[in-house]
Design a protein around this ligand. Structure first.
Ligand SMILES: [Zn+2]
Length: 340
């Protein structure tokens, strides 16, 4: 049993005791894109007990350049990323308990997603979701490790509630839409993703084995094109008036959840999310839509083409509507074909 982990056990800061601790730990990876696939790969190979992977998206050809757990077949099958990732990880390490979750992380489900986890790893590409993770983690005292990449740059820092500044101490409020560059507008190259997710993974291992002394209290910033590797000291960055860790006001966690519309930047598409807890019958809807347009379905989602647009509808009622960046158009397309 220990043969698999022998190289990690020979490494003195981990050792047999550390390996046992890793083998008892539960980790949540939020987002199974570029960062998330590297994170999940490293955690599964390291031998965590339980790995919960949540992602709202499905595999597309443009992901394959950097999202290491996917292949052409996954894209052709339009598999949800959480499902495709776990399918691959089971072949890599079958000893781990995997929990794939195909969902959008929102204030209504974040507590449930975090239940019983020792650590949260950030593989998202979205500021609002990070603020939400931050609120949930600070409130419950669960550590999380932030990572972000765009172009050839990336950064990472640890949020250890009660010890380090939290995400909101550093960023305060989300930038207005369109203000920050994203992978969809500025691109991203695979090497920076691997570096940042690897820094996050190393910090995760330190945390899981209980080596808090070696945990980084800095912000690591890397630009692989400009040959820059920097560390920014965050020891004075904690703000006593931070709404989250200072005043313990969790605005993002308490946000009202109704219908959410989210423009998927640079992709000419809108995500329509019904209030949490909804479920749709994909078989029944596929049958009905088959008379109105072109339908393809797998057990997790259906693809529907009509009126010059394409919709991908997930089992939780969430849909991504392609071919428009107008929320009203997306909402009425959804209402017309799925219902309210
Ligand atoms: Zn704070």
């Amino acid at each position: 049993m220990w043969q698999r982990y022998s190289r990690q056990i020979f490494f003195p800061p981990i050792g047999e005791e550390g390996q046992k601790r890793i083998g008892r730990s539960s980790v949540l990876v939020v987002g199974a894109g570029a960062l998330g696939t590297v994170l999940a790969n490293n955690m599964a190979r390291a031998g965590v007990r339980r790995l919960r992977i949540v992602d709202r998206d499905f595999v597309e050809e443009s992901n394959l350049q950097r999202q290491i757990l996917y292949d052409e077949e996954d894209a052709a099958r339009t598999l949800p990323k959480a499902v495709a990732a776990v399918e691959k990880l089971r072949k890599i390490n079958s000893e781990v308990d995997y929990e794939p979750v195909v969902a959008d992380v929102n204030p209504g489900n974040v507590r449930e997603l975090m239940a019983g986890v020792d650590l949260v790893l950030d593989g998202t590409d979205n500021f609002e979701v990070r603020m939400l993770i931050n609120d949930a983690c600070v409130k419950q005292g669960v550590p999380w490790i932030h990572g972000a990449c765009v172009g050839s740059q990336g950064l990472s820092f640890n949020i250890l509630p009660g010890e380090t500044p939290c995400f909101r101490c550093i960023y305060q409020d989300p930038p207005p839409p369109g203000a920050a560059p994203t992978c969809d507008t500025a691109g991203v190259i695979a090497p920076i993703v691997n570096i940042i997710a690897s820094i996050q993974s190393a910090e995760a291992l330190k945390l899981l084995v209980g080596d808090r002394e070696h945990l980084s209290r800095d912000l690591a910033s890397v630009d692989v094109w400009e040959n820059s590797f920097e560390r920014v000291d965050l020891s004075n960055a904690r703000r006593p008036d931070c709404p989250a860790c200072g005043e313990r006001r969790f605005d993002f966690l308490e946000a009202r959840t109704g219908w959410l519309l989210l423009s998927m930047c640079g992709r000419d598409s809108i995500q329509v999310s019904p209030p949490p807890g909804g479920k749709v019958d994909l078989v029944e809807i596929a049958e009905r839509l088959g008379q109105l347009g072109e339908v393809a379905r797998n057990p997790f989602l259906l693809k529907f083409r009509a009126d010059g647009r394409e919709m991908v509808l997930f089992g939780d009622g969430r849909a991504v509507i392609k071919g428009t960046d107008d929320e009203a158009v997306a909402r009425s397309f959804y209402a017309k074909y799925v219902g309210m």
